[in-house]
Write a protein of this length. Structure first.
Ligand code: NGQ
Ligand code: ZN
Length: 461
């Protein structure tokens, strides 16, 4: 088995380096990263520039099945909330085999698109009637199997979902598959912990949002998680929509992020997913907490959320990463493009996410998103450095848009100029090739099973 790679250009945590040799151990951990190394027969040779694999910090796998199916105006004004009603309807029909087929194809797509690990924010727990499956972990196990089969790294985040709105409003009927008590969540986590460990996955917890988890459930679940694993990642959706901010103000007198920071010890284990609507004080305080901002630019655009103020977050020292969330788009480069473009449009500036220490915007964004994504994942996937996993992407140096350019411009062209076609040649996870020539070996079979599952679902009354 190959345990080393030599590449003319490699994006290391500190920037681009020349003639780099990467060595890793049997577990896929980097044991040496050596710039200025001579190429020899003992190492595989990368045909193009090597960049770190991108952790995808936010995914609801099943939603890949409705991507493209809600792009029409169904009422006087469509919104996040009307989309959510359609999405719930779809979620009510899923069976375990369909979820597994959708997730497997999604993870294959992710690997082909430069994501080497994924944080799965998993909230469809029960059967269609809202009753726990005979094995309560049935749907979580389907996700674990899909990730294992595709060969993508996984952080599994079972979701606590208890109320239909702020102030403990009863959940709606469409939410019946999501709802569980805090005690049953803690039992599920205990059941899943050894299974995750056995496949190198990390287990965390996701209180869905402040509207879906009342303060008591939040407190008890966090205490239970702490007892199970005091360093486990905690993810929460927060301040995505302005209605959510208004409802939180009406309930508590505080904005969601301010409420969270005042009532819960938020720290570097936390990922604040979206965090779109913060005031200046919230930007400062949330960044100072050490939490990662979980940005999902294409989903946030698709759902009409609003625009995250990236310069405010960066100037407060905030960590950030990207996720594909609803999977309206599955492409790590395109999330970076959308994020940068939303900033350019809002500010009428260019290269907003770059700075004097790293003026190449695609390089700066890739490094930041890998670091933040790894922190949110709670896994050693923070880039090409000793002790981190050998998760990397080889760009396709022969792609017309990239050919003949210096490495930083190849990455810039991959992100900004590859016209939505992937300029990726190979993708490696934990030192093993998962996609080659831009293709995952399961591509064809997984795609066919996805199409069949979606057809079944659309024909289910
Ligand atoms: C989700 N999606 O968990 O999939 C949510 C909608 C809800 C986003 N926040 C579901 N983008 O809010 O209950
Ligand atoms: Zn989400």
């Amino acid at each position: 088995m190959t345990r080393s790679l030599h590449a003319a250009d490699v994006l290391l945590p500190g920037g681009w380096a020349r003639d780099v040799r990467l060595d890793w151990d049997a577990a896929g951990r980097l044991t040496a990263v050596t710039p200025g190394a001579a190429a020899d027969a003992s190492a595989a040779r990368a045909a193009g520039p090597v960049i770190p694999g991108m952790p995808n910090l936010h995914s609801h796998a099943f939603q890949r099945g409705i991507a493209g199916l809600t792009e029409y105006r169904g009422q006087a004004q469509d919104s996040f909330w009307s989309w959510r009603t359609l999405m719930y309807r779809f979620a009510l029909r899923l069976d375990p085999a369909q979820l597994e087929a959708i997730a497997l194809w999604l993870y294959v797509e992710m690997l082909e698109a430069g994501y080497t690990s994924v944080c799965e924010f998993h909230y469809v727990h029960h059967d269609a009637d809202g009753r726990p499956y005979a094995d309560d972990a049935t749907l979580a196990l389907a996700l674990l199997r899909a990730a294992e089969q595709a060969g993508i790294g996984l952080t599994l985040l079972p979701v606590l979902y208890q109320s239909g709105g702020f102030g403990g409003l009863p959940p709606g009927d469409g939410q019946r598959r999501f709802i569980r008590s805090t005690a049953s969540m803690l039992r599920l986590l205990e059941r899943l912990k050894p299974l995750c460990e056995a496949q190198g996955a990390r287990l965390g917890l996701a209180p869905h949002s402040l509207r879906a988890v009342p303060p008591e459930g939040l407190r008890e679940a966090l205490a239970g998680l702490e007892a199970l694993d005091a360093t486990a990642p905690v993810h929460i959706h927060i301040a995505e929509q302005t209605k959510e901010v208004d409802d939180c103000l009406a309930w508590s007198g505080q904005r969601p992020v301010a409420w969270l920071l005042d009532h819960v010890p938020v720290d570097a284990r936390w990922c604040l997913v979206h965090a779109t609507h913060m005031d200046a004080d919230e930007y400062r305080r949330a960044a100072a907490s050490g939490a990662v901002a979980g940005l999902c630019p294409t989903t946030e655009a698709n759902l009409g959320d609003g625009i995250f103020d990236l310069p405010a977050w960066r100037s407060a020292g905030g960590m950030w990463g990207v996720g594909s969330d609803s999977h309206i788009c599955v492409n790590a480069a395109e999330e970076l493009l959308m994020l940068e473009y939303s900033q350019r449009l809002a500010r009428r500036e260019r290269n907003v996410a770059a700075d004097t220490s790293q003026p190449q915007v695609a390089t700066a964004m890739t490094l930041a998103a890998v670091r933040g994504g790894a922190q949110a994942a709670g896994r050693a996937v923070a880039g090409l450095a000793v002790g981190q996993q050998a998760d990397f992407v080889v760009l396709d140096a022969a792609h017309t848009v990239l050919a003949g350019l210096p490495a930083p411009e190849m990455l810039a062209s991959h992100v900004f100029a590859s016209q939505r076609t992937s300029a990726i040649d190979a993708v490696w996870v934990a030192g093993r090739p998962r996609a080659q020539g831009g293709r995952h070996p399961l591509h064809q079979n997984a795609a066919a099973a996805f199409v069949a599952a979606r057809r079944q679902l659309l024909n289910t009354p």
